[in-house]
Structure formats: C-alpha cells, structure tokens
Design a binder for this molecule. Sequence first.
Ligand code: URA
Length: 281
Amino acid sequence: MQTADSNQPAFDLRELLRFYADAGVDEALMDIPVDRFAEAAPTVARTPPAGDENPPARPRLEPTAPPPRPAPAVSVPDEAQAARARELAREAASLDELREILAGFDGCNLKFTAKQMVFADGDPQADLMLVGEAPGRDEDIEGLPFVGRSGRLLDRMLAAIGIDRKSAYIANVIPWRPPGNRTPTPLETEICRPFIERQIELARPKVLVTLGGPASKVLLNATEGVLRLRGNWKVHRTPAGVDIPAMPTLHPAYLLRNPAHKKLAWRDLLEIRAKLDALRG
Ligand code: URA
C-alpha cells in the first residue's frame, strides 16, 4: 500500500518485522519460496490429430512439477514415547552416553523442527548446575544453552557471585528449541523429563538452580508460581533417591522484562553463594 502524498509504504517494514519477531515468527519455513499453485496446476496432453492409429483413450494429466519430497518422520508425542524415554534415560551410564542416547531418540517432535540438540555447557563436574526451560533461537543456532540475551544476563548474574559459566554446568529441561519459542506442551515436557533428571543424576551437582517457573515446577515437583517458590531452598530428588539442595529463582528472560525484580534474584544468588561456601566447608 502507498500513501497518497509519497511513494513510501504506509507501514514501516521494520515495525512489521519487529512485530513478527515479537510474535516468535523469526524464520522462513524454507530457504527458497515454492509456488504451490503452480505445482497443483495440471497440463492436459494434446489430443492427437485425426487419423492417428493409436489415440489414447483419454487426455493424460501430467504434473508440471516434480513430486514433493517425502515429509520427515515427525513423531506425535504420546505416552508410549514418554515410557520409552524413561527406559532409555535409565540406560545411560555417563553424560556422554546420555547425550548419544538423546541424539538418537526420535520420540519428541521438537527434534524435527529444531536445527540441533542443545545438551549442556560448562563443567559437568561443577558444584553448581543451572537448568532452564528450553533453548531459544540463539541457542538453537549455536547448540549451547543460554548464549542469547538472557544467557548474557545469566553470565553477569553468576559473575556477581564470583562464578563464571565455565565453572558451572548449564542445561535445559527441553533440549530442542520449540518452534517460534512456543511453550512446550505438557506431553513434550513429560517426554524430555527423564533425560534432564538423568543428566542431573549423572552430573551430581552439590547445588541445583532452577531458572523460571517451568523448570522449577518440573524438577521440584511444585505447583506454585516461581514468584512464590523462589528464594526458598527445596530438594530435587533424583530417580535413584538422592536429594540435592535446589534453589528456584527467576529466569533471566523474565528479569530482562521486569528489571525491578532483579533485587529478588540478587537475594537468591547470595543464598546460592552461601550454600556453596557452606558445602565446601
Ligand atoms: N531460555 C532458556 O530457558 N534456556 C536457554 O537455553 C535460553 C533461554
């Protein structure tokens, strides 16, 4: 659309793109546009001239485009996949094995829309493990958790208590980016849950920090919102029954949107620092 008094578009394209990005539409589905109307249009073979000895009984329909590529085998999440995930996660005897098993697991549909799996970053032997919800766009591109804007804030939060990301172990409940950063469904979470539980069990951190409501609810068996949960020590019980002290706190992405709540996160960070010091003796 053009404005009446200029040749400028009536809307600002940058605003439109920003709107799309805010709505989570930050990727084209395919690199090259495909004209589906052209694909569907059949051409009719010419009718042979009169006197042709073997005229075809009917005009033949010939496709104009090559047949579409077969669709990827997308799994529909279901209870059977969740049961399989529990079985597979138990089989992993080390974090490397767990990563391999997860990479070969096709039971979660999120795998098929993500660019790659995001397993973990940092030191698996660290005393401190932090777990977020799911990778976003930057994490999907780099294959590492918390490397985008919220990751940079997380780095600063850790630095404030004298910890750098290389001396902590960082992961997510869901290892594949949900398309458009949508919220994972309860079944997708249930399918991924055994893997993160086993990851925590194998890493054996002294202190676990759950970042944001979804990770806190899943890993601490909680039902309250994170604003109620945060700041209070909880226990994460591993599948084998080992208790790990856990601190639920606010997600850095939430803090970017609500900077006034950084003071709450700061209190939680001081608690985490004190607990680590006490456990080290
Ligand atoms: N948010 C998360 O919960 N995890 C990431 O890795 C990035 C953003």
